[in-house]
Design a protein around this ligand. Structure first.
Ligand SMILES: N[C@@H](CCC(=O)N[C@@H](CS)C(=O)NCC(=O)O)C(=O)O
Length: 236
């Protein structure tokens, strides 16, 4: 068991931070939640994370940041069940490969669709997102309901915050994931994730989430991520 009570620097609106939050809840950890404004790059905040991004876990006086690293750190430092990454080396590798797919193939087109303002670029984002989501769906364990089987784990947590807030794209881009046969397994997955007892508590009121997403949809959000998407750069 790890030594001191960890602190989670988080924000109610941040999907990346939700990954760490869900992981801590899934592990049943005793932790201190700190609502952090990541946009105010004060010296105190930059001392906690020199990159100035949430989430950060502060544990035994050390900072752990980057959301996928936080999930792994939580799993390794609190090795009790449930395991977020499988014990079997191939299954672990598979979880990491699909987590990487989420980071490189799902999140970027999602934001291209939401943040870009020209219809052509939005359409490109939309098509890439849908095609890649289908590939993600086809890789899911056929029984499920979660990505690798019966338990919520790493891959689920990597994409959960975008899936339970998919209504952002409905509201601002009139987009819905098709209710067709090929996406059927996706919807089973998304429902299971949304209703999981450790995912439910992090979900925020829809009107508040939509208000927070508005500057992204209107192309004037002042964040490192929105800036990178507007400039066609890799997201931070
Ligand atoms: N790659 C980072 C991304 C985290 C991120 O972009 N967090 C946003 C909030 S959702 C942030 O801290 N933004 C501060 C800023 O843009 O200045 C991770 O996975 O942890």
């Amino acid at each position: 068991m790890a030594e001191s009570k960890p602190k989670l620097h988080c924000a109610w609106f941040c999907p990346f931070a939700h990954r760490a939050w869900i992981s801590m809840l899934t592990k049943g950890m005793d932790f201190e939640y700190i609502e952090q404004d990541p946009y105010n790059k004060s010296p105190d905040w930059l001392a906690i994370n020199p990159r100035g991004l949430i989430p950060v876990i502060v544990h035994n006086g050390k900072s752990i940041y980057e959301s996928h690293v936080c999930i792994e750190y939580i799993d390794e430092s609190w090795p009790s069940e449930p395991r977020l990454l499988p014990k079997d080396p191939y299954q672990r590798a598979k979880a990491r490969m699909w987590g990487d797919f989420v980071s490189k193939k799902l999140i970027p087109p999602y934001y291209k669709f939401l943040v870009k303002q020209s219809p052509e670029e939005q359409s490109e984002g939309r098509e890439q997102f849908l095609a890649n989501l289908l590939e993600f769906t086809k890789a899911m364990d056929p029984e499920g309901p979660f990505f690798l089987g019966k338990e919520l784990g790493y891959v689920d947590i990597m994409f959960a915050p975008w899936s339970y807030r998919i209504y952002i794209l409905k509201h601002y881009r009139n987009f819905e994931i098709p209710r067709t046969d090929e996406y059927r397994r996706y919807h089973v997955w998304a429902e299971a994730v949304k209703n999981h007892p450790c995912v439910k508590p992090v979900q925020q009121e829809e009107s508040r989430v939509l208000a927070d997403a508005k500057p992204y949809a209107e192309g004037n959000a002042k964040s490192e991520l929105a800036d990178a998407v507007r400039k066609g750069k890799t997201i931070p």
